[in-house]
Design a protein around this ligand. Structure first.
Ligand code: AMP
Ligand code: ZN
Length: 472
């Protein structure tokens, strides 16, 4: 597979550290609220990447954290803890909030066919590990204590801004007006590994540490959870594009300082889903959740299909009209798959079958071109191969695309059969009689029977799939 690597800013062939195996780390949700469909775009595209890597035969191990402590409302170590804010909003404890929204997150993922990673670790369960790594960073001279907090010293690194397109000025991003810079920092880019003296002293969850009672910073959790579960050399790390800086930049800084060597080879970043009036948000405008899609009558899989039709490295604009278009296209696609059941058996064509399989592989193997992969699916529908071969390819492709294509098609066929079986015997008898008259070219009689059927409140329609009858 060739994948764009944000670290080298090039498309590169993906070569695992250990042949046949693949380690993948994903930044998980901050569980202070429901995920919005923007967050879920990132998880959908990561899910397809994981499933494609498995499809190519790799034995993937995927790990995800759950941020239930330490993520401040600004990425720049300022502002309230997001979890605490959520707890206050809902008059619950932080742990109650974390449990509720973790469950809600995985319920949304299930509806979108996003597989749960092999290992899921809540940050609060790894406090000893964070303390161990921070202590080692202190010993190695990469961290210092100031004003009661432990900071990472970015000046100790040869290169800190590894993703290239950010600079010190970007640190101002997220630091709201009226929030003074942290005087404890030796360098503007330094970041907190452990807080004991925060401006927000009403923090609910705190732990003992060699530096006093406190709580971890956000970035250290992903480094520790990844290294503990996936070892010193990680194949791929993924997240939304906003994670690139400062979160992933800081993860690399502290992990490589701790390990003394390169940590992760490939970085996969999904660009944002925006609304037509700007950034998707949990607080302003309509809060776009999976439940909202369902309330409005959309099958969540239609949203997955909508995401598949654009490249993950382009930002995507969401509006209801675009989603309606995706729903119509998806319905037609399912209709065409359902119609395969009525086709003749056809003749197998091994060569064409292999070509289609290869085309699908080429699409996803070229920087996860999901839209192209969907195009190959349409090619299968019209290909000159047998019916069984078509169904086999649809099933194979859907292992990666995750659209439940056969399930939807079977449901459609069943619904049609049920609708047909609703037809009273008396009407069915007239329909059959009319078919016989047409066959015998007795069109006068056929027309007469049609009028009779119409008068009884039923409509006859000639379609490509044959005669259909339904209520007026
Ligand atoms: P959070 O729960 O805020 O930690 O974010 C969860 C994931 O969603 C992270 O990987 C973010 O980078 C990603 N994300 C946040 N906003 C968006 C968006 N509008 N579109 C796509 N991904 C997003
Ligand atoms: Zn992370």
């Amino acid at each position: 597979m060739y994948l764009y690597n944000s670290l080298t800013r090039k498309k590169e062939e993906v070569v695992p550290n250990e042949p046949g195996k693949f380690s993948m780390y994903t930044c998980g949700p901050t569980v202070y609220h429901f995920a919005h469909i923007g967050n879920l775009r990132t998880y959908i595209m990561e899910d397809i990447l994981e499933k494609y890597l498995r499809y190519t035969g790799l034995d993937v191990t995927r790990v995800m954290n759950i941020t239930d402590v330490g993520h401040l409302t600004s990425d720049g170590d300022t502002g309230d803890d997001k979890m605490l804010k959520g707890a206050k909003r809902e008059h619950k404890t932080v742990m109650e909030i974390a449990k509720f929204y973790t469950d809600a997150f995985f319920a949304d993922c299930a509806k979108l066919n996003i597989k749960t990673p092999d290992v899921v670790v809540p940050a609060t369960s790894y406090i000893d590990e964070f303390i161990r790594v921070i202590s080692a960073l202190m010993e190695k001279g990469y961290a210092y204590e100031a004003g009661g907090n432990i900071y990472f010293d970015t000046s100790k690194l040869k290169e800190y801004y590894v993703f290239g397109d950010v600079s010190e000025d970007d640190l101002a991003v997220g630091v709201r007006e009226g929030v003074e810079a942290d005087d404890n920092k030796r360098n503007k880019a330094d970041f907190v590994l452990w807080f004991t003296k925060s401006k927000f002293d009403d923090q609910e969850l705190k732990w003992e540490s060699p530096w006093g009672v406190g709580y971890p910073g956000w970035h250290i959790e992903c480094s520790c959870i990844s290294m503990k579960n996936l070892g010193e050399r990680l194949d791929l790390h993924c997240g939304g594009i906003d994670n690139q800086f400062p979160h992933h930049t800081n993860e690399i800084a502290q992990s490589e300082a701790y390990l003394g060597h390169k940590w992760c080879n490939y970085w996969f970043h999904v660009h944002h889903l925006n609304t037509s009036d700007g950034k998707m948000s949990k607080s302003k405008g309509e809060f776009m959740t999976v439940s909202l899609l369902e309330e409005k009558g959309y099958d969540p899989i239609v949203y997955r299909f909508f995401c598949l039709n654009s490249h993950y490295r382009k930002s995507l604009t969401f509006d209801w009209e675009n989603l309606d278009n995706a729903r119509n296209t998806f319905d037609k696609l399912i209709g065409r798959i359902a119609a395969i059941a009525k086709e003749s058996m056809g003749t197998p064509n091994e060569e064409r079958f292999a070509e289609l399989e290869q085309a699908f592989d080429n699409a996803l193997g070229n920087d996860l071109n999901t839209a192209q992969a969907v195009t190959v699916l349409y090619d299968v529908l019209k290909a000159d191969i047998s019916r069984a071969q078509k169904i086999q390819l649809i099933r194979e492709f859907d292992e990666v695309l995750g659209l439940d294509l056969m399930k939807h098609a079977e449901a459609k066929i069943k619904a049609e059969q049920e609708a047909a079986s609703d037809i009273p015997a008396e009407i069915q008898a007239l329909v059959d009689e009319r078919a016989a008259a047409r066959k015998a070219k007795d069109f006068a009689k056929a027309d007469e029977l049609r009028d009779k059927i119409t008068a009884l409140g039923w409509v006859i329609e000639e379609t490509r799939q044959g005669t259909k009858v339904h209520r007026k």
